[in-house]
Design a protein around this ligand. Structure first.
Ligand code: 13P
Ligand code: SF4
Length: 303
C-alpha cells in the first residue's frame, strides 16, 4: 500500500472501530498528520480521560498509553509500536521507590508521568513537565521525593524554594545528549536567536536557555515571541508543527542528538495494523490501576 492508501484505510478503520488517534508532539510528521489530537503528555492524558470513543490508539511510548488505560479503563487502548518504551521510565521500579519511601517517611512522592503504572501506584501525585511546579506547590509536605527525572526535579527545586527535594537519579537519554559546547556554537552562529528548551535537559543546558517548558509550552512560546530565529532544545518531532505554524520563522535543533528512537518507532503502517488487528492492547492489574489512578486524578485536579 502506498501512503495515500494507508491514510484512507486508517480513516476508514478509525470510523468502523469508533477510535480516536492521539499522538505526542515527538511523533513522525505523517503520524502527527493522521492524528485527531497532537499534544504534550498533559494534554493527551486529559483527552484520554475525556474521550467518548471506544478505542484509543496511542501514538507515543508505553507509559503514555498506560496512563490512558489508567484513566479510561473501559476503553480499548492500543499502542501501535509494541516495543516503544521510555528508557527514563525504566530507571525507577516500584520496589526501589518503596525503599526510598521507607528512608524518608515524612516525604510526599511526586512522580513524573514518564513512569510505569506500578511506580505511579506508589506515588502521592503525578506531574508532567507542564504542571510540575504547580503540582509541587499544591503539596503540604516539606520533603518531596521526586522521581524519576533528576533534571526536571532540579528545575522545580529552583522554582519552589520552601521544599526539600530528594531527587531520583533518572534522566532522559535523548535530552542528556545536548552538550554545552553545542549550545555555545549554535549561539555564535545565530546570536539573535532565542533558545527554547525542555527541562529534561541537563541543568547547565537549562541555564543557557531563554525559555524552559514542556513540548506544548515550547510550541506556544515560539508562536508568541517576535524573534525569527529560534533554537529548539527538545526532541526534533516538534519541528513539524513549529514549521507548519510559523512559516516566517527559522528553527534550528540545539543538537543532532535530539532524536528519541522510541518516539520514532510508530509508522503509519503500525497505526493501520493496530486498527486492523486491534493490536497491541494495554492491560493492567486492577489493584495497580486503581492506586495509579489516584495519583493521576490528583494531578488533573491541580489548577
Ligand atoms: P511533554 O510533551 O509533556 O513535554 O513530554 C516530553 C517527553 O519527554 C515525553 O516523553
Ligand atoms: Fe523517554 Fe526522553 Fe524519549 Fe521522552 S524523549 S520518551 S523521556 S527517552
Amino acid at each position: 500500500m502506498d501512503q495515500k492508501q494507508l491514510i484512507e484505510e486508517i480513516i476508514k478503520l478509525k470510523k468502523e472501530r469508533d477510535a480516536i488517534i492521539l499522538a505526542h508532539n515527538y511523533q513522525v510528521p505523517e503520524v502527527q498528520d493522521i492524528a485527531d489530537i497532537v499534544g504534550d503528555s498533559l494534554a493527551l492524558s486529559k483527552h484520554a480521560a475525556d474521550t467518548n470513543h471506544k478505542v484509543i490508539v496511542f501514538c507515543g511510548v508505553h507509559f503514555m498509553a498506560e496512563s490512558a488505560k489508567i484513566l479510561s479503563p473501559d476503553k480499548t487502548v492500543l499502542l501501535p509500536a509494541k516495543d516503544a518504551g521510555c528508557p527514563m521510565a525504566e530507571m525507577v521500579t516500584a520496589d526501589r521507590l518503596r525503599e526510598m519511601k521507607a528512608q524518608y517517611p515524612e516525604a510526599a512522592v511526586v512522580c513524573y508521568v514518564n513512569s510505569s503504572a506500578e511506580v505511579k501506584a506508589e506515588a502521592d501525585i503525578c506531574c508532567t513537565s507542564s504542571n510540575a511546579v504547580k503540582v509541587v506547590e499544591s503539596i503540604k509536605n516539606k520533603q518531596i521525593i521526586f522521581a524519576p527525572d533528576q533534571n526536571l526535579g532540579s528545575y522545580i527545586a529552583k522554582k519552589v524554594k520552601d521544599k526539600e527535594f530528594i531527587l531520583w537519579k533518572g534522566f532522559c537519554i535523548t535530552h542528556k545528549r545536548v552538550k554545552e559546547d553545542e549550545v555555545k556554537k549554535i549561539k555564535e552562529l545565530y546570536p539573535d536567536a532565542k533558545i527554547l528548551a525542555h527541562p529534561e535537559c541537563e541543568p547547565e543546558i537549562q541555564a543557557l536557555a531563554d525559555f524552559l517548558g514542556s513540548t506544548s509550552e515550547i510550541i506556544k512560546e515560539a508562536r508568541e515571541i517576535p524573534e525569527k530565529d529560534i533554537i529548539i532544545g527538545t526532541e526534533e518531532g516538534v519541528l513539524h508543527i513549529l514549521k507548519k505554524e510559523n512559516p516566517d520563522k527559522k528553527f534550528y535543533l540545539l543538537s543532532p542528538g535530539l532524536i528519541c528512537q522510541n518516539m520514532k518507532k510508530t509508522r503509519l503502517e503500525d497505526v493501520y495494523l493496530s486498527l486492523l488487528h486491534m493490536q497491541h492492547e494495554i492491560t493492567l492489574d486492577e489493584n495497580v490501576r486503581l492506586k495509579a489512578l489516584k495519583s493521576l486524578e490528583r494531578m488533573l485536579e491541580v489548577r
